[in-house]
Design a protein. Structure first.
Length: 224
């Protein structure tokens, strides 16, 4: 018999649940980015600082996720930076740095048990998708995820002009949910995103693997 999950918050006090998309509800995310340098001929010692420059909170990727830059402009700057660092990359390869040019649109990568857990929670409380995403990917991932069947609210960074871990995106989410910060549960696979939410009072959990988080999600769905 499995034991009840150990929670550092009272699930009966949660009035809304918020979920990340990439890396949580669908496979992929930062690991693909980390591996890309090796695929285009850069050593980790070269790729690591370049990756931090491009994909950090002040980099061009952040601007893309805020909707300030087009995907084509970002991938061209990625290609130029890799070539300057001694790598070998075509435009098509640069556009597919996360596996392909539309990496969030693969139904086979969706984590079915996670989606079912979200549906269970939604029967008890409002749910929201809080995603740092790319405007050009929206049609693709919406077609496979069908967010209206899972969430009452979608907060897409490229639409609202702010991204995790910037405080404003959490404020927008809380306001649209209509609950207090300390009544929100949030699941993400990136620690800095959770840290920013926790500073506002959100109850947070780091996603590492499905089996680890499902007991917590089931506890939320069963709380009254």
């Amino acid at each position: 018999m499995s034991s009840s999950p150990k929670l550092d918050f009272d699930p009966t006090c949660i009035r809304a649940a918020v979920f990340d998309y990439g890396g949580v509800l669908i496979e992929g995310g930062p690991r693909e980015v980390a591996a890309f340098g090796g695929r285009v001929g850069l050593s980790e010692d070269v790729w690591r600082p370049l990756r931090r420059e491009l994909f950090g909170n002040d980099g061009r990727w952040a601007a893309l996720e805020r909707g300030e830059l087009s995907y084509a402009d970002f991938t061209e700057s990625l290609r130029t930076s890799i070539l300057a660092a001694g790598g070998d990359v075509s435009r098509d390869q640069a556009a597919a740095f996360m596996g392909d040019a539309d990496p969030m649109a693969h139904k086979t990568r969706l984590r079915a048990s996670m989606l079912e857990a979200v549906r269970g929670i939604r029967r008890r409380m409002p749910t929201a998708l809080l995603t740092n995403n790319v405007r050009e990917w929206r049609q693709g991932w919406e077609s496979v995820l069908e967010p209206a069947s899972l969430f009452d609210l979608v907060i897409d960074s490229s639409e609202v002009g702010t991204r995790k871990p910037e405080t404003r995106i959490y404020e927008v989410t809380r306001e649209r949910l209509g609950v207090a910060h300390d009544e929100i549960f949030f699941l993400d696979d990136i620690g800095q995103n959770l840290k920013a939410a926790k500073a506002l009072g959100w109850k947070t959990m780091l996603f590492t693997e499905t089996d680890q988080v499902l007991p917590v999600l089931h506890a939320l769905a069963a709380s009254v």
